[in-house]
Ligand binder design. Structure first.
Ligand code: ARG
Length: 462
């Protein structure tokens, strides 16, 4: 029989071409458990409003329980003829309860307020799943930092040697970024805790239903939508979710790119665990950083999901338009991608080995202690403008002779500037350079230890 929810005024059923275009059940089926939860809450307010007797409510809830079990074990599924998940589940309920009772549930609700509500519920659940996976990654990175409290590495700007930093400091920089991503998810979750159920198609309901009761029933901490038009038409919660997931992808891609570089023969800073790297089908020696590359690649896909969605929403008039059916696949995909990527990424980071000797050896290379000469001069009262010039002249001389800064003789120092007494050599070593940056947020071992303690305390709260 015809399962459409809107056949009354039509003489003909939909063409096959339309049915195929219109169908969303193959991708919105994952909303089924939320749809059933929404139906339970809706049945209860129909009862409160006097539109279902106590006995009808009981049978309705029992029917929804059976339907839920049949959906869960796969014995009931939607088909292309059902158009969408809401239609399919209505058919399922009618099949189980008969048309007289089953046909009562639709009163006072529309697929427009349903889908807006269920989509929020789905994304809120997945925001928590993704948040948990980010916490796992933060913990792996924090463990990596903690296991290497004293390893120096070349800190870079423009990918050029800049100043020595602690490896732990560098790793914790990524943990900080991920912490903000996790915080964004939590703030988004709180902002999205508003239920559109009861908004109807766009204007609310004349049946005296209580949207606040539905909201409470469905776990929306901040109640029901203040405006039924906004409730059914707004998708900024989807766009914001797509942004946060894209940002997570971008943050992962920045770690990924470093792992890829660090893992090259030329850098040789890290070695990936066999279980988290791949081989080549032709080159027997290869061990490739595929997880990092997939992270880098998927970040582009996550950005695409965001921009596609924004383009769909742009200039869309209020209230519901069928364009909005295009809102789900991109963010479902963003959830799926991150949920499959993050565990692998965390495994890769948790198991990689750090080549401390190699990192430490390169930490002072590229004249990365030149700033320390300049700041040493400043501490002795030399204006920074002059100090910068003098330190630059040291680098120039080293490049000319082909030596490192600490290899300059007392005579060479003195020839460059009378301010450069032999004591300058005291700052020309990596431990000294690191230890001197002891302010909050600096790279000194003590400052990094304090940062690590803060991060760990935050992770416990998160
Ligand atoms: N499947 C639609 C969506 O995902 C909901 C149905 C609303 N359809 C309608 N003709 N009002 O947005």
């Amino acid at each position: 029989g015809d399962v459409r929810l809107w056949g009354g005024r039509f003489a003909d059923g939909p063409s096959e071409a339309l049915a195929r275009l219109s169908a969303s059940v193959h991708f919105d089926w994952r909303l089924a458990p939320y749809d059933i939860a929404g139906s339970r809450a809706h049945a209860r307010v129909l009862h409160t409003a006097g539109l279902l007797t106590a006995e009808e409510l009981e049978r309705m809830l029992a029917g929804l329980d059976r339907l839920e079990a049949d959906v869960a074990d796969g014995s009931f599924t939607g088909t292309v003829a059902d158009e969408d998940v809401h239609t399919a589940l209505e058919r399922g309920l009618l099949e189980r309860l008969g048309p007289d009772l089953g046909g009562k549930l639709r009163a006072g609700r529309s697929r427009n307020d349903q889908v807006a509500t269920l989509f929020r519920m789905y994304l809120r659940d997945h925001a928590r799943i993704i948040g948990g996976l980010i916490t796992d990654l933060q913990e792996a990175l924090t463990g990596l930092a903690e296991a290497h409290p004293d390893v120096a590495m070349p800190g870079r700007t423009h990918l050029q040697h800049a100043q020595p930093v602690l490896f732990a400091h560098h790793v914790l920089a990524h943990v900080q970024a991920l912490g903000r991503d996790a915080e964004r998810l939590r703030q988004w979750d709180a902002r999205t805790a508003v239920s559109p159920y009861g908004s109807g198609a766009l204007a609310g309901s004349s049946l005296g239903l209580d949207p606040e009761a539905v909201a409470a029933d469905l776990g929306f901490e901040h109640g029901s939508a203040a405006n039924s038009i906004d409730g059914t038409a707004s998708r900024d919660f989807v766009a914001e979710f797509a942004f946060i997931t894209a940002m997570i992808g971008v943050d992962l891609s920045r770690i990924a790119e470093e792992v890829i570089i660090w893992n090259t023969k030329e850098f040789s800073f890290v070695t990936l665990h066999d279980a988290f790297s791949t081989g080549s089908s032709i080159m027997p020696q290869k061990k490739n950083p595929d997880i990092a590359e997939l992270a880098r690649g998927k970040s582009g896909r996550l950005i695409g999901n965001l921009t596609g969605l924004l383009a769909t929403l742009k200039a869309l008039p209020l209230a519901y338009n069928r364009d909005l059916q295009e809102d789900k696949e991109p963010v479902f995909d963003s959830c799926d991608q991150l949920e499959v990527l993050l565990p692998a990424f965390t495994g890769m980071m948790a198991t990689l080995t750090v080549n401390r000797e190699r990192m430490a050896e390169l930490a002072p290379a590229g004249f990365s202690l030149a700033t320390d000469i300049a700041e040493w001069l400043v501490r002795r009262g030399v204006p920074f403008r002059v100090a910068h010039e003098v330190a630059g002249a040291c680098v120039k001389e080293c490049e000319r002779v082909g030596i490192e800064l600490e290899e300059l003789t007392d005579e060479q120092f003195a020839a460059i500037s009378p301010h450069l007494t032999p004591e300058v050599r005291g700052v020309l070593n990596v431990p000294g350079a690191l230890a001197s940056r002891g302010g909050r947020g600096g790279t000194a071992p003590a400052a990094v230890a304090a940062q690590l303690a803060e991060v760990k305390a935050d992770l416990v709260k998160q």
